[in-house]
Design a binder for this molecule. Structure first.
Ligand SMILES: Cc1cc2nc3c(=O)[nH]c(=O)nc-3n(C[C@H](O)[C@H](O)[C@H](O)COP(=O)(O)OP(=O)(O)OC[C@H]3O[C@@H](n4cnc5c(N)ncnc54)[C@H](O)[C@@H]3O)c2cc1C
Length: 482
């Protein structure tokens, strides 16, 4: 990094806001993503303390011809990050978390607030999020919006567009943009309808176009919840799909998840976890749990069915303590594939996932999980493998297995859960040309000098061919394009 840029960043950022990779004391702590892929060496890591500092970093980098990469905790397993020779902008100091509006209007909070901290904050005011995305709740709300949270423990009643009423974004062009229909007229963020709204352009944009600095989050009364858990005997796919269909009554559950794990400590068969919801009273939530338990019992292949309500035992929203994502995987190679699909395509996707799980058993593995997360209108099928390769050959076999999985899944009617740097080669050719032209026009308008670097679908726009290298990936949005 040039001395001039270093001095300018140091002068503009609050103390502790700049560290350089060459500085052992302040070296960047995340050298690989959660799967062990190297992130590349950044010129520097900056941690701005507020929106103005984010905008200033982007402007300074633009003036010095350096790219900026928005970076969260690097837990994404679809390779969205390439920090090589860029300034990595971390968002964890954007932690503004004001009081929850008593009138139910959306809450503007800093993009760096971990989703679990946000939900706990809302709960202290009798409110909560309508979804609980992320395994352990550690990743920031900004990263979840940027990656288009779509699935997980709290998938059923809300995805990113339902949870977000507006955004503040520091665009690559230098403009500070506030989205949300209310926000453009200076009203509190109560609704995002009424005017054309740009919010959706940044959901799942994976850091392209600009850095999200604040999110207007929708919330709802806590209501009541109950839980049903069941162990199911190993049975054929058709029986499993029929059971899920029978349990699918819309908007009554927070979670409907079916998991088969293969590993030394994994129980045999399938584990079903259902968290039921009532906006009003515990009796209704418990009644729903009772009805679900009866459906599971009547399937004839349940070995054990447990049912409990909020008052007897708190219903878990995330899988474990904060800080567990990386520590649980310590020393293991995380390898994962997720796709979203319509209910009617569940049998094909499940078949594909189970075939992949079977192939993975031949490799050194710690746990091989296939999970189906059901929302009322769509389903997420995920393969989450923790492996322990002993040599480079086994490492290559794991990578080949994942690539074969992506190729097989892309032949089905599915949507990659997130695009990142790994799905483009398989899905790019399927993208509608009109959609691509519109994305390219937005990229040209909002970041004409390509200051913000991202992988993901925007990066794949160059020449409509799939681009893998960081240098070429940054060449989207040519000024001569419409
Ligand atoms: C075990 C496990 C379970 C998971 N379960 C779920 C789940 O249930 N539901 C779910 O939705 N997800 C789930 N995920 C995905 C997880 O939530 C993502 O990994 C997370 O959203 C990425 O957060 P991050 O901070 O690690 O982002 P990073 O990996 O650092 O970045 C991801 C992308 O977001 C961009 N980005 C980050 N912050 C910003 C910002 N402020 N502005 C613009 N762009 C930004 C980056 O440039 C990059 O493109 C799970 C992941 C793991 C490992």
């Amino acid at each position: 990094m040039s001395d001039a840029l270093r001095a300018a960043l140091r002068a503009r950022l609050a103390p502790g806001g700049l560290s350089e990779a060459s500085d052992p004391a302040g070296a960047f702590d995340l050298r690989t993503d959660i799967c062990g892929h190297p992130l590349g060496t950044p010129l520097a890591v900056v941690a701005p303390a507020d929106d103005a500092e984010v905008a200033a970093v982007i402007a300074l980098c633009r003036d010095h011809g350096v790219q900026v990469v928005a970076c969260g905790e690097a837990t994404a397993y679809w390779q969205p990050l390439d920090l090589t020779d860029a300034v990595a902008l971390r968002t964890h100091r954007l932690r503004a978390l004001p009081e929850v509006p008593a009138d139910g209007a959306a809450l503007w909070c800093g993009a760096g607030v971990p989703v679990r901290v946000l939900d706990d904050h809302l709960r202290r005011s009798g409110r909560c999020l309508a979804a609980h995305p992320d395994g352990f709740g550690e990743t920031s709300i900004g990263a979840l919006v940027a990656t288009g949270m779509a699935a997980g423990v709290g998938m059923a009643r809300a995805a990113a567009p339902d949870l977000v009423a507006g955004l503040r974004v520091a665009l690559g062009s230098g403009v500070a943009l506030t989205t949300g229909a209310c926000a453009v007229l200076g009203a509190p963020p109560a609704t995002s309808v009424g005017l054309p709204d740009l919010t959706g352009l940044f959901i799942a944009a994976e850091g392209a176009l600009g850095v999200i600095t604040a999110v207007a989050v929708r919330h709802e009364p806590i209501g009541a919840r109950a839980q049903v858990r069941a162990s199911l005997r190993p049975v054929g796919q058709a029986s499993l799909v029929a059971l899920l269909e029978a349990l699918r009554e819309p908007r009554t559950y927070d979670t409907l998840r079916l998991v088969q794990e293969i590993g030394p400590r994994a129980p045999p068969g399938w584990q079903l976890d259902m968290r039921l919801h009532s906006p009003r009273d515990p009796a209704e939530a418990n009644g729903r749990a009772e009805a679900a338990a009866a459906i599971i019992q009547s399937s004839g292949f349940a070995m054990d069915v447990e049912r409990f309500d909020d008052s007897r035992r708190p219903v878990w929203r995330w899988q474990g303590p904060m800080g567990a994502t990386r520590s649980r995987l310590a020393g293991l190679r995380f390898a994962a594939l997720d796709v979203d699909l319509a209910w009617r395509d569940l049998p094909g996707a499940l078949h594909c996932a189970l075939a992949l799980q079977q192939r993975a058993q031949a490799l050194p593995h710690h746990s091989l999980r296939v999970a189906v997360y059901a929302a009322p209108e769509h389903v997420n099928v995920g393969m989450h493998f923790a492996m322990q390769p002993n040599d480079a050959g086994e490492e290559q076999e794991i990578l080949a297995l994942l690539e074969a999985g992506r190729a097989a899944l892309s032949g089905l009617s599915v949507l990659p859960y997130r695009w990142g740097g790994s799905w483009g080669p398989h899905f790019h050719a399927k993208l509608d040309p009109g959609y691509l032209a519109a994305l390219r026009a937005f990229a040209s308008a909002l970041d004409p000098q390509r200051v913000v670097r991202a992988r993901g679908v925007f990066a794949d726009l160059a020449d409509d061919t799939v681009v893998r290298s960081a240098a070429t990936a940054a060449s989207y949005g040519r000024a001569d394009e419409p």
